[in-house]
Design a protein around this ligand. Structure first.
Ligand SMILES: [Zn+2]
Length: 80
């Protein structure tokens, strides 16, 4: 009888839906792994957005300073 490599649950037990064999791991553990991956992706994505926002703010500040100190006719390329 096969058991889950992660939690040692006996696989393919009719009374236990989480015991479904997912390539040697039970469905319960696969669910946990998927949740973990998903969570990591969201954290990475959020960090990336925060990083981009910081960069955009720096560019905006630079443009603003440039606009005010160097040229009255300078046009912000982000303005349409
Ligand atoms: Zn398991």
């Amino acid at each position: 009888m096969d058991e889950c490599k992660i939690c040692k649950r006996i696989l393919n037990q009719a009374h236990d839906p989480l015991s479904l064999d997912c390539g040697g791991d039970c469905y319960g553990c696969i669910l946990d792994v998927e949740r973990e991956l998903h969570h990591t992706d969201i954290v990475k994505f959020r960090d990336r957005i925060i990083g981009l926002e910081t960069k955009i703010r720096k560019v905006e500040n630079t443009l603003l300073e440039f606009d005010m100190s160097k040229s009255e006719s300078f046009k912000n390329p982000f303005d349409k």
